[in-house]
Design a protein around this ligand. Sequence first.
Ligand code: FE2
Length: 147
Amino acid sequence: MSTILEWSPQFELGLGTMDEQHHLQVELINALRVCMGQCIGREELGQLLSSLEQHTEAHFLEEEQLMAQMRYPGLDEHRANHQAFARRVRDTHRRHREGELIEFSTLRLIQGWLVEHLERADRDFGHFAADAERPRGGIARWLRRFG
Ligand SMILES: [Fe+2]
């Protein structure tokens, strides 16, 4: 996987705010990897990790609320997936605050997780949401004719 993760139309779920938040998540992870590659400094890396941690937690909460509203059957599994990732980001940030050197491989893992999550778990939800929004056809339309 290259250092910079290019946004791909494949990541689009067709869910406005969620897509915007995913965009920002990708941008933050890209900024982190560039920052590490160029060794800009501890403080900047800390700020980026803090932004990623805050954005990730807020975004996951919003996404899970949307899933709950839509009665998404995969919510529990999806939430567990989110929690594991949020824990990894929080832990990376904490280790950085405590003065540990953050390895490039850690950010590669974070980036890899995000890509896989967008391409699989979030995509599954995107399909579910698209189906839920689609006007009911078939038998429902047929039944309406009889008022
Ligand atoms: Fe998600």
